[in-house]
Design a protein around this ligand. Structure first.
Ligand code: SUG
Length: 450
């Protein structure tokens, strides 16, 4: 019996969820730019996924959204006056900046931070490094609030260590857990952490994509591993293929997913696949685990199919009854070839024996599938007991959050609506109430300022 578990902390979609076309290199974000969104439905779809995991008997947590539009960022960019005047000036003079400062992108909590469980770290604490996300302006403004939220959720320094985001330089581009997977025999056992990077900032011998940005650098991954006190025998660094980045694979979790001893990856995911696999296998074996690697060949699923269906952005879940569930986005079901492949996978007698599809269309249209919406934290029982209980999903909390969304969220948001100063008031009113529901204390700029 394991005394440790993995908790998925999902980002609750914020009231300003919209399609701003903000992420070059993220095909869905680019294609759906200017569509009108439905924030209420987006939040409901996210909550339904959280409930599904809870109902499957898995511990589930919630990460609160952020204040948007981000007035502090708009003021830093020179807009001034009352809050309403700041928004009006930005709308008139620089709409793209208002759109960026209004993004609800913190919902994709796989990018919130990198997390190393206590079994892997030198000081035996769970380590968190907030991601600087400095490849995209709209995401680079997330980490100060993310850090305050994580500190309010994982407050006890006996168990939890928090590191601020890496320096805000392209050299240290860090996208958090979306480029990080942990392999282990069980969640409480020492594991091997795989850090995937897109380029090296300092070493010109590494290849790099030509068309789209490589958001994660080797130097950032190495810094996070040092901060977390991970030893060399618990670490593998792997370069993501620049060719797949240029086809829209902007994070490793769009082309590979791991859990426990299992890695499901695309044939074209890494630059040196066999070397990566060998190192992972050997290091995991030294820690008592046996790597099970499933390679999806390009003949079965092309990179374009992977990007379109988001197959690899599924959640791989170990259910309490021992089943291995692949929780895929509904878009996989809609593509015959992909759906046939996952059915075959589940029937093959391997570690994945169940497949279920979830509707996350609102998030998917911005390039955020099931795995993007969650930050995994493996916790031993005493660590779980130290987590702020207000953020752990229960049937009651699910009901409260559903009612909160129904009360505060609009069901339609188009670009021109972002200029409405009332939206900020709605967002602040909602978040003020949410901090009480989730027992977070003052975590938002508007609360801290008062
Ligand atoms: O950073 N989309 C996010 C999607 C993040 C997905 N996360 C993981 N793969 N883990 C991004 O590109 C689009 C927002 C817009 O265009 O309005 C956006 O930010």
């Amino acid at each position: 019996m394991s005394s440790a578990c993995e908790v998925n902390f999902d980002g609750l979609v914020g009231p300003t969820h919209n399609y701003g076309g903000l992420s070059a290199g993220n095909v869905a974000s680019q294609c759906n730019s200017q569509l009108c969104s439905n924030p209420r439905q987006a939040a409901q779809q996210g909550l339904a996924k959280m409930k599904l995991l809870m109902d499957l008997g898995l511990p589930q947590g919630v990460i609160a959204p952020q204040e948007r539009p981000d007035l502090a960022s708009l003021r830093r960019l020179g807009f001034s006056g009352s809050d309403a005047q700041v928004i009006a000036q930005a709308a008139e003079q620089a709409m793209p900046l208002l759109v960026a400062c209004s993004s609800a992108s913190s919902m994709w909590t796989a990018n919130a931070a990198t997390v190393s469980p206590s079994a892997d770290t030198l000081d035996g604490r769970v380590h968190f490094t907030a991601a600087n996300l400095n490849c995209k302006f709209h995401r680079s403004i997330e980490h100060p609030t993310t850090s305050r939220l994580l500190a309010a959720m994982f407050a006890d320094p006996t168990y939890f260590a928090h590191h601020p985001a890496l320096p805000a330089e392209a050299q240290f581009g860090d996208e958090g857990a979306a480029n990080h997977s942990r392999f282990c025999r069980d969640y409480g056992a020492p594991g091997v952490e795989l850090f995937v990077y897109g380029r090296s900032a300092l070493d010109a011998r590494y290849s790099a994509p030509q068309r789209y940005p490589a958001r994660q650098t080797l130097e950032a991954s190495q810094a996070v591993a040092r901060l977390h006190g991970l030893s060399d025998d618990a670490l593998v660094f792997a370069q993501q293929s620049p060719l797949v980045i240029d086809q829209g694979v902007f994070h490793n979790d769009v082309i590979a997913v791991g859990n426990g001893e299992l890695l499901l990856y695309h044939q074209d995911a890494f630059v040196h696949s066999s070397k990566v696999l060998d190192e992972l296998r050997d290091k995991l074996a030294a820690r008592g685990g046996e790597l099970q690697a499933i390679c999806v060949p390009r003949e079965a699923i092309s990179v374009a199919d992977a990007v379109r269906s988001y197959l690899f952005n599924s959640q791989l879940l170990s259910l309490p009854d021992g089943d291995g569930l692949l929780l895929v986005p509904q878009e996989c079901q809609e593509q015959e070839k992909v759906w046939r492949y996952v059915q075959h996978l589940a029937d093959a007698g391997g570690p994945i024996n169940r497949v279920q599809a979830v509707d996350l269309k609102q998030s998917m249209q911005n390039g955020g599938g099931p795995a993007c919406l969650r930050l995994r934290v493996a916790l031993k029982s005493d660590e779980l007991a130290a987590v702020n209980p207000g953020v752990l999903l229960t049937p009651l909390l699910y009901q409260q959050l559903s009612a909160w969304v129904a009360k505060h969220y609009r069901d339609r948001l188009c670009e021109e609506d972002l200029a409405d100063p009332q939206l900020l008031i709605e967002c602040r009113t909602a978040l003020d109430e949410l901090t009480q529901i989730l027992k977070l204390g003052a975590v938002y700029p508007f609360q801290l300022a008062e």
